[in-house]
Ligand binder design. Structure first.
Ligand code: AMP
Length: 302
């Protein structure tokens, strides 16, 4: 695997790479969810590059940029084991040199959910992914369904700005108890980790109510809220049942809906979703045998 640090090194790699090229953007502290994106890119593309960059522009003031978990050495070992051709690990200065002034704003879909809770977040996301695509020039961009709104926003940007890229959305990978894998899970202590599964249980409860025939979105949201309320360490940030394309809230659930929520487990904010498409639920994949090399250390929150 080539480890690329500068834009020049990335361009040199890109110009020689066999096509199609797959790009997997990440913020590092890699887990089995990231690994699944890399594996899919490897399967579908002749060459693949994963980027590791904790993007300051997508963190708001008071968010966890400084303490976001980092383990470059472990991440590079994992990527090497996964057999990806290149890892791109740029410095902040390489990405945002002095004088940098531009940002991309996708309107509409960013006004709700994560965008409402985290002002400026999606401008940071859209800008960095646009830059990564301009630099790596991929044919396919691999994103996780775990970050459902990010998928909607980036698909919109790719379409609106005519990036010659196919967006590939990969299922959410879950811990054996159902908790969606996330770098931020490393913030959770043992008791918080046990409590965090409530996020998954809330989605399951809504799905079960749907199976029983409930179609009223407010009633289904109340089912989720009640489930979260049952866990003393959990506090709901938002609960949403929305149109999967526009993210507009639904009053009645038909064949397509995105059930999503953000919950704080003490100081740690977690997000998750189930997607209903054509009456079929996409809830992700439970990883029963988490490969050992993906284990990352626990991170203490201050
Ligand atoms: P991040 O490093 O959190 O920015 O995530 C990088 C990419 O991995 C994004 O496209 C995420 O949606 C995706 N991802 C993160 N967690 C998971 C997961 N549990 N399952 C699938 N994809 C994920």
């Amino acid at each position: 695997m080539q480890i690329l640090k500068t834009i020049e090194e990335l361009k040199a790699w890109r110009d020689e790479a066999a096509r199609p090229v797959g790009l997997v953007p990440t913020m590092g502290y890699l887990h089995e969810g990231h690994a699944s994106l890399v594996r899919q890119a490897r399967q579908e593309c002749a060459a693949g590059v994963a980027s590791i960059f904790v993007n300051p522009a997508q963190f708001g003031p008071g968010e966890d940029f400084n303490r976001y978990p980092r383990n470059l050495e472990g991440d590079l070992k994992l990527l090497e084991n996964l057999g990806i051709d290149a890892a791109w690990v740029p410095s902040t200065n390489e990405i945002y040199p002095d004088g940098f002034q531009t940002s991309i704003e996708v309107r509409g879909a960013t006004a709700r959910l994560e965008g409402a809770s985290r002002p400026g977040h999606f401008q940071g996301v859209a800008t960095i992914v646009a830059k990564l695509m301009n630099l790596a020039n991929p044919d396919k961009l691999y994103l996780g369904q775990k970050d459902a709104q990010q998928v909607v926003v980036l698909q919109r940007m790719v379409k609106d700005l005519n990036f010659p890229v196919e967006v590939v959305v990969c299922p959410t990978i879950r811990e054996p108890d159902g908790l969606a894998m996330s770098s931020r899970n490393s913030y959770l202590n043992a008791s918080e980790r046990a409590a965090a599964v409530i996020v998954y249980h809330a989605l399951e409860a809504a799905r079960n109510a749907y199976y029983k025939g409930e179609r009223d979105a407010d009633h289904l949201k109340a089912v989720m809220a009640t489930t979260i309320h049952g866990e003393p360490q959990a506090k709901t940030d938002y609960i949403s049942i929305a149109d999967p394309l526009t993210l507009g809230e639904l009053s009645e659930v038909g064949a397509d809906a995105l059930f999503s929520l953000a919950v704080r487990i003490n100081k740690t904010r977690l997000i998750d979703n189930f997607l209903l498409i054509n009456g079929r639920w996409e809830t992700g994949i439970i990883a029963h045998n988490e490969p050992k090399e993906v284990k990352q250390p626990h991170v203490t929150l201050h």
